[in-house]
Write a protein that binds this ligand. Structure first.
Ligand code: LMR
Length: 337
């Protein structure tokens, strides 16, 4: 073989050897493929693969196709998947009950108040607490504020009396439902539609975007725009896996997440406001917008929940959240014309 061809072959071979297999990150979640969480995961994948120049490959598994709510957290801890974005309401069963502070009704009255927590020291401290469970907390991604739905009008809190309501695995949401005389039933997100359609449960709560992407409007004829609670996510990774990544790869992935977060939150906001209009157009669900007096009645009905859950969530944490949200509200007020 001529010397030049042999040299060329050797060069190609070394290039192949140098091009090691990419690090695969399996990113599992429960939202529908068209939901904003999926779009954000896709954006993260593109950024991560580009920034690591192909040294990382992100595989996305939406729609509970690999694991349902509880199983996915176990799978992450065992290393069967590397990344997730579960809702903050799902950490309680792991013993991280402080995350249920996010579920206290009306604890955030605006996105500015929410950001004061998720983007401030309290948010960072909470993510750090995940480490004791072998989980690396990377970011918060918003969904939105929840509305109550059922197959009967829910104008006043008493209208929920006796209804079986599907909830996430949060004791705070359980107390919230109990406060209005409902019978809370914890069910995986992937089981909610079926449970509503077969009458296993009568109603539920969701941000409008989830109601749309899970087609819950097909099985819920009434919804009230209470916006009583927040639903958001923590983007998390298996800590041992994350810490074991080459430092430059880890830095590139963290940069990709930082750049994805504003996009994720923007899409969530847009989709939640558009979802109401889209469901209205479909004509299956009647939305009720509470009057000022009706809103006050919902706030009063949920008013006792915070005291009941304080021992579980942590009184000090709740007080710090109130201080942060009050400061954000004052800042918003002083900057408005
Ligand atoms: C739910 O279970 O209702 C939500 O956490 C689902 C989701 O991820 O938006």
């Amino acid at each position: 073989m001529p010397r030049t061809i042999a040299a060329l072959l050797a060069l190609c071979l070394s290039a192949v050897v140098a091009r090691a297999e990419p690090i695969v990150i399996r990113f599992s979640h429960v939202a529908a493929p068209q939901a904003h969480k999926s779009k954000a995961a896709q954006r993260f994948k593109e950024l991560a693969e580009r920034k690591t120049e192909g040294r990382v490959r992100i595989e996305l598994y939406p729609n509970s196709q690999l694991y349902k709510d509880k199983e996915e957290l176990e799978a992450l801890q065992l290393g069967a998947v590397e990344m997730l974005a579960p809702s903050l309401s799902k950490f309680g069963p792991l013993g991280l009950t402080e995350f249920e502070a996010f579920d206290i009704p009306y604890v955030f009255k605006s996105y500015a108040e929410l950001a004061a927590v998720t983007e401030g020291p309290i948010g960072a401290e909470l993510l750090a607490r995940l480490e004791s469970k072998g989980i690396k907390g990377l970011a918060y991604w918003n969904n939105g504020f929840k509305i109550l739905s059922a197959n009967r009008p829910l104008v006043a809190p008493d209208d929920v009396l006796g209804l079986k309501m599907r909830i996430q695995s949060s004791r705070v949401i359980e107390e919230q439902m109990a406060a209005i005389g409902a019978l809370p039933q914890v069910l995986a997100f992937s089981e909610a539609y079926q449970a509503l359609s077969s009458g296993v449960v009568d109603g539920t709560e969701n941000p409008p975007a989830n109601m749309l992407t899970q087609k819950m409007y097909e099985v819920q004829s009434y919804a009230t725009l209470t916006f009583h609670g927040f639903l958001g996510y923590a983007v998390i990774a298996n800590k041992r896996f994350w810490d074991g990544l080459p430092a430059d790869v880890r830095a590139a992935l963290e940069e990709a997440i930082r750049e994805t977060t504003p996009y994720a939150n923007g899409e969530a906001l847009r989709e939640n406001s558009e979802a109401l209009g889209e469901i209205r157009m479909l004509g299956t669900t009647v939305f009720h917008e509470p009057t000022e007096a009706e809103r006050a009645a919902w706030i009063a009905a949920f008013g006792g929940v915070e005291d009941i859950v304080a021992p579980r969530v942590g009184r000090e944490l709740i007080e710090r959240i109130h201080a942060a949200t009050a400061a954000a509200a004052r800042a918003a007020e002083s900057s408005s014309p």
